[in-house]
Design a binder for this molecule. Structure first.
Ligand code: SAH
Length: 341
């Protein structure tokens, strides 16, 4: 197992169980995550006693993933990683005016089957471990020489289908002795796994929740997102209302603009109606076209009209800035290219 799998509480338990010093957990966290330390061997953790270092070497590995390729364009770098079972995942670094944001993967493949999504063309092989998610950040910081200030879990995979590891991942990267990334700078995006949204309402970190909505009614949503068959909009919206009540936060709704599919004036009105009275923020996303799928992006005028209708109906809305269209930055594209499927 990787040392990056462990939260500071788990590491504390580990040292206590070994009759070692409890404060070693804080020391080791700092060796692993402090920008000036980031050890690659337990031997470098010089203030832990020798036997402890030997035991750590027996019980854990440090690194489990490696960067295979980096593609870059203006304000964006896209990373392809190889895992130690030879699977591939991706992460995308975006430079914003407010900081550097990393979009990370949460699974190898994905079982959600969204019709427009490149990642979903490959079924889930396995969940990523907590450590494999933490390491995406560490490796990118190392390669780019930048500090990641924001993390979005919007790469390959459905994070709420890997719920426990996602929660531990958040605990580690948010911890002041970990990567110290502010909870409000962390966003989890889900296609709408209702029971997990309800669980997440009780997760005591002020992270952001984004819902991949993409359709304003069940009929259309079922056509493009099979998950809508398991959790219809009524249940999804109910869960979101409960989440909002418990957390006092705002929820982001992602809406990909697909030409002739979900971008009509009626769709906009229906969406405005669905979100009326909810503390919602709508992100209209120009679709990233991909070779293997037939969907096309809406034209800019249609997107502008859609935006105006939401605005007029008092919905907070933005159109997502685009990054990296020329370098296969749509999630899943780099992996597909590499594995030729
Ligand atoms: N499974 C999670 C997170 C990963 S997908 C989820 O569904 O939210 C992250 C976001 O990218 C989702 O909103 C997804 O619908 C969207 N997406 C997938 N393919 C896309 C594409 N080709 N262009 C633009 N957005 C895409």
């Amino acid at each position: 197992m990787s040392i990056y799998d462990l939260t500071i509480d788990e590491l504390t338990d580990y040292f206590i169980n070994n009759n070692d010093k409890k404060y070693y957990a804080t020391e080791l966290f700092s060796w692993l995550y402090d920008k000036n330390k980031r050890i690659t061997s337990f031997d470098e953790a010089t203030n832990l006693k020798k036997e402890t270092r030997e035991k750590l070497k027996n019980d854990f590995v440090i690194s489990n993933i490696e960067i295979v390729t980096v593609e870059s364009a203006k304000d964006v770098r896209k990373y392809l990683f190889k895992l130690n079972d030879n699977e591939h995942i991706e992460a995308v670094l975006m430079n914003h005016d407010y900081g550097n944001s990393l979009c990370i993967s949460s699974q190898v493949g994905c079982n959600m089957g969204c019709k427009f999504c490149e990642s979903g063309r490959r079924k889930k092989v396995r969940n990523l471990t907590t450590g494999e998610m933490v390491e995406q950040i560490l490796k990118v910081e190392d390669e780019s020489n930048l500090r990641i200030s924001h993390v979005v879990i919007m790469g390959i995979g459905e994070p709420f289908d890997n719920y426990d590891n996602i929660c531990n991942f958040i605990k580690i990267i948010n911890h002041s002795k970990g990567l110290n990334i502010g909870a409000r700078h962390i966003t989890v995006s889900t296609c709408g796994l209702v029971p997990k949204i309800l669980d997440f309402a009780n997760f005591p970190y002020q992270v952001n929740l984004a819902i991949s909505l993409h359709a304003p009614n069940d009929e259309l949503r079922k056509e493009i997102m099979p998950i809508a068959k398991a959790y219809p909009l009524k249940d999804l919206m109910n869960a979101i209302k409960i989440y909002l009540e418990k957390t006092n936060r705002r929820v982001t709704f992602e809406y990909i603009m697909l030409n002739g599919v979900n971008d009509s004036i009626d769709n906009a009105l229906e969406l405005a109606n669905l979100l009326k009275g909810i503390n919602a923020y709508v992100n209209l996303i120009p679709y990233n076209e991909t070779e293997a799928l037939q969907f096309k992006r809406s034209n800019p005028l249609t997107i502008a009209k859609f935006y105006d209708i939401l605005k007029k109906n008092n919905i907070t809305v933005t159109i997502r800035r685009e990054f990296g269209g020329t370098i296969s930055a749509a999630c899943g594209q780099l992996r597909s290219k590499k594995e030729d499927i």
